[in-house]
Structures are given as C-alpha cells and as structure tokens.
Design a protein around this ligand. Structure first.
Ligand SMILES: C[S@@+](CC[C@H](N)C(=O)[O-])C[C@H]1O[C@@H](n2cnc3c(N)ncnc32)[C@H](O)[C@@H]1O
Length: 275
C-alpha cells in the first residue's frame, strides 16, 4: 500500500535530478503525471510505501537503478514507423552510400539504431537492407537501448498479429515465420543485428557508422543532453554518413556540424568531413 503522500514536491526534485543525470530523460512539471504513474507502479511492484524509501535504494544499487530506468521509459514503436524515412533510405541514402563506398575497398554498410525499443525499427531497416544490398555488399546493424525488457523482446523477434500490421505482405512472407499467435523474424535477418544495452548518456563504444537512426529518443532529453548525444553520434560516424532523427525532433539551433538534407521524401542530416 502506498502512503497518501507517497510522492512529495521534494521527491519530485530528487527523482528529476537523478533521471536527468543517469539517463538524460527529463521530466517537466507538465509531464510529472507520467512519472507519478510509472513510479507508483514500480513502488507497488517492489513493495515500497513511499518514493523517499525507494530513492535510498536507487542511490545505493546500480542494478535497481537500471530496472527503475527501464520502468520509466516510453517504448512506443512500430514497423515502418514514418514510412518516408524508409523511402528515403531506399531511394536516396543507400544509393548515395553505395556510390561513395564503391571507390573504397570496404563493402560493409554499418547502421546504428539508437533507442531501438522492442526491435521494430532495426528489423524494418534490416528488411530494406536485405532487399537493396546484394552481394558483394554486406551490412550490419547495432541496435541499442536502455531498456533491458525491450532488448529481450527485440532479441526474441516475435511479434503478435496486431504488431506486424505495418509490414507489407511480401516482406512478411520473406522475412518472418508464422508461429502460434504471431510472426517470428527469420534467423538470417537476425544474424545481421547485434542487440546491446547502451545508455546514450555514456560514450559510445562503437564507431564507423554509415547511418544512424535515433528517432523519437532525443525528445525525452533536455537540450544540453541532446547536444551531447548528437555530438557523440558525430564522433562515431564516417564522413558523408547520414543521421535520422524523429520527424518531430530537430537539430535546429544546436550548432552541430551536420548538414540538413531535404529530399522529396523527407529530411535528415549528413556528416561532412571536418574542414
Ligand atoms: C519511443 S521509443 C523510440 C523507438 C524507435 N526509435 C522508434 O522511433 O520507433 C524511445 C526509446 O528510447 C530509449 N531510451 C530513452 N532514454 C535512453 C537513453 N538514455 N539511452 C538509450 N536509450 C534510451 C527508451 O528505452 C525507448 O525504448
């Protein structure tokens, strides 16, 4: 049972600071109810009656902190989310990269799906790569998230019927096996993807990306964190590579070294070599 006054204004400040520091996820007064709702569920699950008591545990246990961060993230995603992004991938980004890399010995396209949630985004990218990048081209995708629960679902690659609604029939046939109650991604697609835990507040352990997708993640961060994360991306990307962010997100006013690219399908960003 929760105390009537289980979450005070002072608790809100404590939790807000902790979340800012540990995950970059920023709660304003306007979205405080979301935090309260998720915290309430977590406290009940863990058998605490006040936020203050649970906070002490969060300060002393990194494991509990990880689980708590997992419980407060927003994980909404779906296959082919924002179709114009994928149309541009197929018709603009991949042809550009193929042309660019053709003159070099490297025949591997490296993609990072940062904040991949339950896997729909990296699997969508993977299906398009399988369609468009034929041998001698190779491709690999790193798909990372802060949520361990989401990563488990993503790794399993099983989706019930409602969740595969956006997948075209021909892709369903080619890239999924129908199983009881849903569809499972085929192993050969999975073999191109490495799912891993990564907190975007930390330095990236990966390098040499040709494309980064970080869609609908920056929106949860404060501006200074957004800037740091975008700068991290810049460092991990090859010259002339591409960055996708969510359609309601923007690098406007951030003074990055990315070039804004507008195509007939959608907009995204390109990294040019350092002058
Ligand atoms: C709304 S989902 C977006 C999923 C997918 N990119 C899309 O656009 O459909 C946001 C994801 O970002 C993850 N996330 C939030 N903060 C993060 C952080 N600091 N590091 C890594 N992932 C984070 C959440 O766990 C969640 O799965």
């Amino acid at each position: 049972m929760l105390d009537a006054n289980f979450f005070t204004d002072a608790d809100f400040e404590d939790y807000r600071n902790l979340l800012d520091k540990e995950s970059g996820i920023h709660f304003t007064a306007a979205n405080k109810p979301v935090l309260v709702q998720r915290l309430r569920a977590r406290l009940l699950e863990r058998g605490f009656s006040t936020a203050k008591d649970y906070f002490k545990i969060l300060k002393s246990s990194r494991e509990e902190l990880k689980l708590f961060l997992d419980s407060i993230t927003t994980n909404l995603t779906w296959f082919f989310r924002n179709q114009p992004h994928f149309d541009a991938l197929e018709n603009f980004v991949l042809p550009c990269l193929v042309k660019e890399k053709m003159v070099k010995p490297d025949r591997t396209m490296r993609v990072w799906s940062a904040g991949c949630s339950t896997g729909e985004e990296p699997y969508t990218i993977a299906m398009l790569m399988a369609e468009k990048l034929l041998p001698p081209w190779k491709w690999e995708i790193i798909a990372s998230d802060l949520s361990l629960k989401c990563l488990m679902t993503a790794k399993e690659g099983f989706y019930d019927k409602a969740r595969i609604a956006g997948v075209p029939q021909e892709y369903l046939k080619k890239y999924f096996d129908e199983t009881a109650g849903g569809y499972k991604i085929k192993e050969f697609i999975k073999s191109h993807i490495k799912f891993d835990y990564h907190n975007l507040k930390n330095i990236s352990p990966w390098r040499n990306f040709d494309i980064i997708f970080c869609r609908n993640v920056l929106i949860y961060f404060e501006e200074s964190v957004q800037r740091d994360v975008v700068q991290q991306f810049y460092e991990t990307m090859n010259d002339k590579s591409f960055l996708y962010i969510g359609h309601s997100e923007s690098l406007f006013g951030m003074k990055t070294r990315f070039e804004f690219v507008k195509t007939e399908w959608t907009t995204f960003y390109k990294k040019w070599p350092r002058q």
